[in-house]
Design a protein around this ligand. Structure first.
Ligand code: C2E
Ligand code: CA
Ligand code: CA
Length: 754
C-alpha cells in the first residue's frame, strides 16, 4: 500500500472511530465504512455492502454504491448453506469467496439478480462480536470475476473489525436505551405509587441515619421529610423510641427477615399507633457503600386499633355505665372462686336491684333512668375496693364481687353486712335528673363464697334468691342467702310441678264440714279442699294453697271445689235433704277476689249445674276488705246483686276497722277458731267473742263460731247468742259421699227430735 493510500486509510480510521465514539447514527458510520473500503481497495469497481443479522435473516444496512433494486431483492434473505456469499457466510460463520458469481454453486437463483446489478464476484466475511455472535456480513462485490489478494483480505478484516465495533456499540446503546426506558417506566410507577400511598416508606442505614423518605403522609412524621434525610433517629426521637427503632434495624439486618410489629410514636398529629414492616434492602448503597440499609414501611393503624378496642369494650363492658358486663363478671367470678379454693378464705357476691326503678323509667322515660344508673355506677365505684368487681348485669341490676370478705363465714357475714350498709348509704343522697331529684333505694342479696359454695351458677342464683327475699321485706334492705330457704323454695317448685300433674289426674276434691244452728239444725256446710295424693295421702290445704296462688293454679282449684259443691247441692236437693236456705261456703282466695273474672267464673260453673247463687256463700277474710274500700264494695255489690252471699272468715284476726263493717254487703261473720279456743278463759277470749257477737247483732249480721270442739265452748256460745256453729264437735270435714251420709242421718235425727 502506498503512502497516499495509507494516509487515506488512517484518515478513514480516525473518522470512523470518532463517529462511533460520538454515537453518530449507525447507518452513517456503516456508510462511511463502505466508502472508505471502496476508496482504499485496489479496484475501482469494488462495491461494499454491510448486512446485519436479525434472527436468521439478513437485512441491508449500508451499500452506497449498489443498485437499490438489487438491495431490495435480497433484503430479508434467510441464511442457509447455499444462499449466495452472504447468506452462506452468515450460516457457516466463515468467509465465502465467490470469485465468479456466474459459476458459483452457492448463488443459484440469485445469480441473475447480481448479473442485472452488474455484480460478478462477491467476497463475504461474517462480522463476529467479541462474544462470538454473528452480527452480520461484510461483502465486497466487483464488476467482473475476481479473486482477493492477501492485501485485499487484510483490508477487509481491518474494516470488518470497525464494523463489528460499530454494530456492537450500537447494540449496546440500543440495550441501554431500552434499559433507560424501562427504568423511567418503573420510576414513574414508583412515583405514582408513593404519591397515593397513605403509608410512609423510610430508608435508614444500619447506623440509624435516614437516607430516603417516601409517601405523602407528612403528618405521620415529626419533621418535614427533607429535614429527616441525613439525620439520625437518636437525635430525632426520645431515647426509648430511638432504642426501639435501632433494635428493629439490627434484628432485620441480622436475621435478614422481614419484621412486622406494632409501635406507638408521638408525631406531628399526636400519638399514633403504627404497623411497621421492615426489611433489609440489598444493592441500595446511596452515598455509603460500607453501610447496609433497611426499608421501613410505617402504616397508621390508630383508627383500626381504636375500633378493636371499642369492640373489646362492647364485648366486656356495659356501654351505658362503662362497668364490666355479665360476661366479665362471670370470668372474674370463676377466677375468684379458683383463688378462694386455694386461700380457703371467704368471698361474697352482692346482688343489687333498685327498688321501683321502673317507676322512674315509666314516668320520665329511659333517658332519666339512664342518668340515674350512670350516677349510681359512679357512686358505687367509690365504695368498692380496686380488687372488687362492680358489674352491671341487667337494667337496674348490679353485682359486687368481693374476693376477700373474711377469714371465716362468721366474719364474712358481719363484714359483708357492713359493705351492704355502705352501699345503701350511697342512696342517701337523692339522684337528680335535670330539675328533678329522686330518692332511690335498693335491695341487696348476699351470697358468701367459700370452698363449699363454689359453683358460679349457684352463687349467682343464690344471691338472686336472697335479693328477692330482701325485696319481699319491702325493699331498701339486705338479705343473706339461706340454704334452708333455698330448700324450701326448691320444694315449692317441686310441689308446683306435682300440682299440675295432680290437677290433670283429678287428685283434688272438696271435703265438707257442716254448719248447724244452736238448735242443731243443719244450715249449711263449708267446702274445704283436699289433695288426695297417691303416695303422700291426704294433703291439707295449708300445704298447697299459697303455692297454688303463687304459681297461678288457684283458679283451677277453685273451679274444682265449686263443681264439687254444685254436685253435692244437686244430690242433696235430689234427695230432698235441703231447702232453699241451705248454702255451702267456698273459700275465696285474695287473688281471685281481686280478679275481675270472679263473677263470670262463679256464674258459668253454677249455671252449668242449675244452682242458684244464693246457695253459695263466699268466704273472704277480713284482710281482703282492707284495700281500696270503694272498689271492694263495688265488687261485692255486683256479686251480691247476682245473689251470692258474703261471709267474713277468721273474723277478729285482721286489722279491718270493725266500724266499717256495715259498709260492706256482708251477711255473716265467722269468729276465728283462736278466740273460740280461749272462750273458756276468764277475760280476754270470752270478751272478744262477746264483743263480736254483740257487733253482729247490732248490725244484723249472723255470727258463726268455727272450730268448736267441745260442749263447754258450745254452751258459752249459746249463752252469748251465737247463731251457728261449725267444728269437730259437730263433725270433721268429710268427703262428699260421707257428707251425704252424715247429712241424711242428721236430718232424720232432727226430725225425730222434733
Ligand atoms: P278456714 O277457712 O278457716 O277453714 C277452717 C279450718 O279449720 C279447716 O281446715 C277445718 O278443717 C278446720 N277446722 C274446722 N273445725 C275444726 C275444729 O273443731 N278443730 C280444728 N282443730 N280444726 C277445725 P282446713 O280444711 O285444713 O283448711 C285450712 C284453710 O285452708 C282454710 O281455713 C282456708 O283458709 C283454706 N282453704 C281450705 N279450702 C280452701 C279452698 O277451697 N280455697 C281456698 N282459697 N282456701 C281454702
Ligand atoms: Ca273458711
Ligand atoms: Ca276460718
Amino acid at each position: 500500500m502506498n503512502t497516499v493510500k495509507l494516509r487515506q486509510l488512517l484518515s478513514h480510521q480516525q473518522n470512523i472511530l470518532s463517529k462511533i465514539a460520538l454515537g453518530i447514527a449507525l447507518d452513517d458510520v456503516l456508510q462511511d465504512i463502505c466508502f472508505a473500503i471502496e476508496q482504499t481497495i485496489d479496484d475501482n469497481s469494488a462495491r461494499c455492502s454491510i448486512l446485519s443479522l436479525a434472527g436468521n435473516q439478513l437485512f441491508h444496512r449500508a451499500a452506497p454504491s449498489i443498485s437499490e433494486d438489487y438491495l431490495q431483492a435480497i433484503n430479508g434473505v434467510t441464511i442457509g448453506p447455499k444462499v449466495g456469499s452472504c447468506g452462506t457466510a452468515a450460516y457457516t460463520k466463515s468467509r465465502i469467496i465467490a470469485q465468479d458469481i456466474d459459476i458459483s454453486p452457492l448463488w443459484g437463483n440469485y445469480k441473475s439478480l447480481a448479473q442485472n446489478a452488474g455484480l460478478h464476484s462477491c467476497w463475504s466475511t461474517p462480522i463476529i462480536s467479541t462474544s462470538s455472535e454473528i452480527l452480520g456480513t461484510f461483502a465486497i462485490y466487483h464488476g467482473s470475476p475476481k479473486e482477493p489478494s492477501k492485501q485485499d483480505l487484510e483490508l477487509i478484516d481491518y474494516f470488518v473489525h470497525f464494523t463489528s465495533i460499530a454494530l456492537e456499540k450500537n447494540a449496546e446503546l440500543h440495550k441501554a436505551k431500552l434499559l433507560l426506558a424501562d427504568l423511567q417506566k418503573s420510576n414513574e410507577k414508583f412515583k405514582a405509587f408513593t404519591q397515593v400511598m397513605p403509608d410512609l416508606i423510610l430508608i435508614l442505614n444500619q447506623q440509624g441515619f435516614y437516607t430516603d423518605v417516601y409517601g405523602t403522609s407528612n403528618n405521620l412524621l415529626r419533621e418535614a421529610p427533607t429535614d429527616l434525610i441525613g439525620h439520625n433517629v437518636l437525635e430525632l426521637f426520645p431515647a426509648k423510641d430511638a432504642e426501639m427503632i435501632m433494635a428493629v434495624i439490627n434484628k432485620t439486618l441480622v436475621t435478614n427477615e422481614m419484621q412486622i410489629f406494632e409501635y406507638e410514636l408521638e408525631v406531628a398529629k399526636g400519638k399514633v399507633t403504627f404497623e411497621g414492616r421492615v426489611a433489609a434492602l440489598d444493592n441500595y448503597q446511596p452515598d455509603n457503600i460500607s453501610q447496609r440499609h433497611v426499608v421501613w414501611m410505617a402504616r397508621d393503624i390508630t383508627l383500626r386499633k381504636q375500633a378493636e378496642k371499642e369492640v373489646q369494650r362492647l364485648a366486656f363492658f356495659d356501654p351505658l355505665t362503662g362497668l364490666p358486663n355479665r360476661r366479665t363478671l362471670n370470668d372474674n367470678l370463676s377466677t375468684c372462686i379458683e383463688r378462694i379454693k386455694h386461700t380457703k378464705k371467704t368471698g361474697a357476691l352482692l346482688f343489687l336491684d333498685l327498688d321501683n326503678f321502673k317507676r322512674i323509667n315509666d314516668s320520665l322515660g329511659h333517658g332519666a333512668g339512664d342518668k340515674v344508673l350512670v350516677e349510681l355506677a359512679k357512686r358505687l365505684s367509690f365504695v368498692i375496693k380496686p380488687s372488687d368487681t362492680l358489674a352491671r348485669v341487667g337494667g337496674d341490676e348490679f353485682i359486687i364481687l368481693i374476693e376477700f370478705v373474711g377469714e371465716n363465714n362468721l366474719d364474712a357475714c358481719a363484714e359483708s353486712e357492713l359493705v351492704a350498709k355502705e352501699i345503701q348509704s350511697v342512696f342517701n343522697e337523692k339522684f337528680s335528673v335535670g330539675e328533678l331529684a329522686f330518692q332511690v333505694s335498693c335491695s341487696i342479696g348476699i351470697c358468701l363464697i367459700d370452698e363449699e359454695n363454689s359453683r358460679t351458677d349457684n352463687i349467682l342464683k343464690f344471691a338472686d334468691t336472697a335479693m328477692y327475699r330482701a325485696k319481699k321485706k319491702g325493699g331498701n334492705s339486705c338479705s343473706f342467702y339461706d340454704p334452708e330457704l333455698q330448700t324450701l323454695l326448691e320444694n315449692q317448685a317441686e310441689l308446683e310441678t306435682d300440682m299440675v300433674r295432680a290437677i290433670i289426674n283429678n287428685e283434688f276434691c272438696a271435703y265438707f264440714q257442716p254448719q248447724v244452728s244452736m238448735q242443731g239444725k243443719v244450715v249449711g256446710a263449708e267446702a274445704l279442699i283436699r289433695w288426695l295424693h297417691p303416695t303422700k295421702g291426704v294433703i291439707p290445704p295449708d300445704q298447697f294453697i299459697a303455692i297454688a296462688e303463687q304459681y297461678g293454679l288457684i283458679q283451677k282449684l277453685q273451679t274444682i271445689v265449686l263443681k264439687n259443691i254444685c254436685s253435692l247441692l244437686t244430690k242433696l236437693s235430689a234427695h230432698k235433704l235441703i231447702d232453699e236456705h241451705f248454702s255451702v261456703s267456698i273459700n275465696i282466695s285474695h287473688i281471685q277476689f281481686n280478679s275481675l273474672e270472679l263473677k263470670n267464673e262463679l256464674c258459668s260453673t253454677i249455671d252449668d249445674f242449675n244452682i242458684k247463687p244464693s246457695q253459695i256463700k263466699l268466704e273472704i277474710t277480713e284482710s281482703m276488705l282492707s284495700g281500696d274500700i270503694n272498689n271492694t264494695i263495688t265488687q261485692m255489690d255486683e256479686l251480691k246483686n247476682q245473689g251470692f252471699v258474703f261471709s267474713i272468715d277468721d273474723f277478729g284476726t285482721g286489722y279491718s276497722c270493725l266500724s266499717h263493717l256495715n259498709a260492706f254487703p256482708v251477711k255473716e261473720i265467722k269468729i276465728d277458731k283462736s278466740f273460740i279456743d280461749k272462750i273458756s278463759d276468764e277475760g280476754k277470749g270470752y270478751n272478744i267473742v262477746n264483743t263480736i257477737i254483740s257487733l253482729g247483732k247490732s248490725l244484723d249480721i249472723r255470727v258463726v263460731a268455727e272450730g268448736v270442739e267441745c260442749t263447754s265452748q258450745f254452751d258459752l256460745l249459746n249463752q252469748l247468742g251465737a247463731d251457728y256453729i261449725q267444728g269437730y264437735l259437730i263433725a270433721k270435714p268429710m268427703n262428699a259421699k260421707e257428707y251425704l251420709k252424715w247429712h241424711g242421718k242428721h236430718i232424720t235425727q232432727e226430725c225425730s227430735t222434733v
